[in-house]
Design a protein around this ligand. Structure first.
Ligand code: IMJ
Length: 256
């Protein structure tokens, strides 16, 4: 079978370690023939990403702290200097202060709220603006979201509000970038045991509940999320923009 991303160049932001959804996505993109650019945050992630990239088809590893405009400007310059159009971008980043994911939402500070919005939602807008000039032949921008954007999930709190903002940003960006044939979508993944999720109180109980109640009676495999990202980045996804695709074993449809 021919590969779905053969000849495409994709940028993936958000690999921190081998459990990252961004890493599963990078593996699936490589399998489908894409050449990858990866970004990292800080020196610790640089080493991790260099090690992980050895069995991937990686042509560029670039620093990018999405809260720094300088980094984003440098990202644009690096991409423009590669001499080939960028076809796909995956944004798989989020951060909130840990105490804002344990205290009551009512106690969220202004600075904690703004930090979550900056890293987890505004960053999509900033990344879209930084990468669009390199997407000269159109392309696909996908981000990762979670059910807590639209439903109340215990402890998700300030991240839920940030994901709501992210999902709205997907629609506004899709509307504006459509004329350049750039599609913008979100993938709403069911809970996956990443390092981000392990820190969460009662995470095992959440996974058990999904296994018992989700239509597919199991949890979400990162490889399923990655394959949905392949679809969106590929020719097969050409008619899909401004959308949120749930890859969650069906959990999202359940009322009880
Ligand atoms: C996060 C918090 C509460 C409940 C949660 C999650 N559930 C799931 C997550 C049910 C699945 C994971 N998730 C979808 C996230 O978006 C996580 C974001 C996150 C996690 C941390 C932990 C460590 C930290 N800051 C964080 N910022 C964002 O210091």
């Amino acid at each position: 079978m021919s590969k779905l991303l053969e000849g495409k160049f994709a940028l993936i932001l958000g690999i921190a370690n081998k459990w990252s959804l961004a890493y599963s996505i990078a593996q699936a993109f490589s399998r489908e023939g894409a050449t990858l650019g990866l970004t990292y945050l800080g020196e610790r992630q640089k080493d991790a990403i260099e090690e992980l990239s050895t069995d991937l088809n990686v042509s560029a590893i670039l620093p990018c702290d999405v809260t720094r405009d300088d980094d984003l400007e440098a990202l644009t310059q690096s991409l423009m200097g590669l001499g080939r159009p960028l076809d796909a971008v995956v944004h798989s980043l989020a951060f909130a202060n840990r105490e804002d994911l344990t205290r009551p939402f009512l106690q969220t500070s202004r600075s904690g709220f703004l930090l979550a919005q900056d890293v987890s939602a505004y960053s999509l807008v900033a990344v879209a603006r930084a990468v669009a000039p390199a997407m000269t032949e159109g392309g696909s921008l996908s981000t990762l979201t979670y059910l807590g954007a639209t439903r109340v999930v215990p402890n998700y709190n300030v991240m839920g509000v940030a994901k709501a903002s992210l999902e709205a940003a997907v629609r506004y960006l899709a509307s504006e970038l459509g004329e350049r044939q750039i599609r913008v979508n979100a993938i709403s993944a069911g809970p996956v045991k990443t390092v981000s999720a392990r820190a969460i109180k009662d995470f095992s109980t959440i996974l058990d509940t999904i296994q018992a109640r989700a239509p597919l009676r199991r949890n979400t495999d990162p490889a399923e999320v990655a394959d949905a990202a392949v679809f969106l980045a590929s020719h097969l996804g050409r008619g899909v923009t401004g959308n949120c695709l749930f890859v969650d074993a069906g959990m999202q449809i359940m009322g009880f």
